[in-house]
Design a protein around this ligand. Structure first.
Ligand code: MLT
Ligand code: MN
Ligand code: ZN
Length: 304
């Protein structure tokens, strides 16, 4: 199984259009760029599954030969899995509207509901190729398949992580908060290799343990280093924990907790532009690296 980090940044990317924080200023001056959160995964190297559909999907698909069309029309993108209904993980679906056939989109029920109503991507896309929503049920592994129903050689089990619904849906009819956000355990059915994908997590709890324990690779929420990071950058914003992102550093941060999951490799993704981990020589970065954890970057590839 191969995994490619298409985009390693949280919503807004790096640099974010309206952000003058030290990291965004530095990225502009160097012409550096981190695109928004997404991963591509394949068991056969030919048909690929997108884990989340980023607003930067167009440039992400262009950046990887594996994802280029092989004929006059068509795409190696065989299916999409959505872990949440946030804008940074779903806007890219609109960019796939030229597809010839309805695209299979796996998602938990709460996400599918939001994309048909409060954030009506599925309604809009119905006038184009449309999507074929497929349900991800909590804790029940399913064999992923392409649009024709041909298995992709990967099974997927979802677990609801501790997060609230997206900001645009706070007034949505009460539904179990759990269905709005999941972590994934993806297993190569031939080799048994496992990828745990948890780009957003409010805690290292039983749900995270279910998907991540002993995984060959864990891609985990690296949004914020500290709880008050956005405010420290001069932004009037909630804390990391209020936003449903467990900070990496500090007491009770993920750095202390991830070790206990026993994943062979752990890589932080969905990294916000304010995060000191983005600075190669920061003490925070040194601390993470000393723990054997890697700060993810666009185009990192993994063979599992
Ligand atoms: C999140 O991950 O918390 C959201 O994507 C935040 C946002 O960009 O609205
Ligand atoms: Mn996000
Ligand atoms: Zn910034």
């Amino acid at each position: 199984m191969r995994a490619i980090i298409l985009g390693s940044a949280a919503g807004g990317g790096v640099p974010q259009w309206n952000c003058g924080c030290a990291n965004c200023v530095d990225a502009r001056s160097r012409g550096a760029n981190r695109t928004q959160s997404s991963v591509a995964l394949s068991a056969d190297g030919e048909r690929w599954i997108l884990l989340n559909a980023s607003p930067d999907l167009r440039s992400q698909l262009a950046a990887h030969r594996e994802l280029w069309p092989c004929g006059p029309r068509g795409s190696p993108v065989a299916a999409v899995i959505l872990t949440d209904a946030e804008i940074d993980h779903t806007l890219g679906l609109l960019l796939l509207r030229e597809s010839a056939a309805a695209l299979p989109v796996y998602a938990p029920a709460g996400v599918t509901a939001l994309l048909g109503s409060e954030w009506p991507l599925y309604r809009v896309l119905a006038a184009y190729a449309g999507v074929e929503p497929r349900a991800l049920e909590d804790g029940r592994p399913i064999a992923l398949a392409d649009a024709s129903g041909t298995p992709l050689g990967i099974s997927c089990s979802a677990s609801a992580v501790a997060r609230r619904p997206p900001r645009y849906a706070r007034a949505a009819p009460a539904a179990p908060a759990a269905t709005f956000d999941v972590g994934l355990r993806l297993t190569d059915e031939r080799t048994g290799a496992t990828l745990a994908y948890v780009p957003t997590a409010g805690a290292v709890d039983d749900a995270v343990r279910r998907v991540a324990t002993g995984a060959d690779l864990l891609l985990f929420d690296g949004t914020f280093w500290s709880d008050g990071e956005l405010r420290a950058a001069g932004v009037d914003a909630p804390t990391a924990r209020e936003m449903g992102h467990l900070p990496v550093g500090g007491p009770g941060g993920s750095l202390e907790l991830l070790k206990s999951l026993g994943a062979k490799r752990t890589v932080l993704v969905h990294v916000n532009n304010t995060n000191p981990l983005l600075r190669a020589r920061s003490p925070e970065r040194a601390q993470v690296e000393a723990a054997g954890i890697v700060v993810g970057a666009d185009a990192m590839e993994f063979e599992l």
